[in-house]
Write a protein that binds this ligand. Sequence first.
Ligand code: 5AD
Length: 338
Amino acid sequence: LAKSHVLSREEFSFLLDNIGEEDSYLYEKAREAALANYGNKIYVRGLMEFTNYCKNDCFYCGIRKSNRNANRYRLTKEQILSCCEMGYALGFRTFVLQGGEDGSFTDDRLTDIISSIRTRWSDCAITLSIGERSYESYKQLYDAGANRFLLRHETYDDTHYGKLHPPALSAARRKQCLFDLKKIGYQVGTGFMVGSPYQTFENLADDMLFLKELNPQMVGIGPFIPHHDTPFADQKAGSADLTLFLLGLIRLLLPKVLLPATTALGTIDSDGREKGILAGANVIMPNLSPPQVREKYLLYDSKLCTGDEAAESLRSLKQRIQNIGYEITVSRGDSLNI
Ligand code: 5AD
């Protein structure tokens, strides 16, 4: 894998079934690949969770439409711009606008917000993470100045996808969105949850092959963590070990990809982000949302949103990263995987 950057479905399943055997060798090779492409630099992205309204009803997600207990909010344009202002002062050069699929953020409203950010902070990358929209909508937002888009495929397999989502959503539509985004010119990030309910090693092997096919600029993976107000409240969480193993495999599969050590990984293991970097990850996405809304963007229980997750704690994050021999960099950090 380190040399050819590809394996068969059977080989991936076999490796996942025998996790623990050669783990440290995998992590060594993954670190070498990250170092060869990106050096010891860790990129940071400022994450702004601008709405937790969502028209979808994904079985795993705490901000699903049917969750009456979710305390809903939307940030105003002014609040979003002041997050950017604060983030810029802290050194962030990528703003990630993430939210549920909220119909009140129409194309025109988003276009206005994006073009304001584009004009005022012209040296920054603007990343959207706002779910499924039409080709025309994606194109309009791109033309307004957005550069990147994060949309996890969640799982490649149709049947597994159907066990995680209501019938209105499909794996095929999801994949179509990803190919549309690439065609328009976005730098695209995709990914999946590790240890989501009913997931098999074969499913994960398919996810790996799909990553190879799509060849995205970024891949975000994190453990599934149950949320108490969802149909999956009593399901088992995914494991940090399997997540780390997959991070290592993805670094070797797509050596130049941007690979975040995600919040979910940091949530199930307090050293998760450091371990993620030592398994080949090279991006961290601290939270830039206003403190009073952070705890409302609860995709899963106990989600990290204070301490090192808070952008203000960037200094302590820098220290933790330095302690393992890496350095946070404030550059835009465009993907080398093109
Ligand atoms: N546990 C872990 N990750 C989750 N996400 C949503 N709900 C959960 C959960 N319960 C992830 C999905 C989504 C991303 C924004 O957050 O993969 O794409």
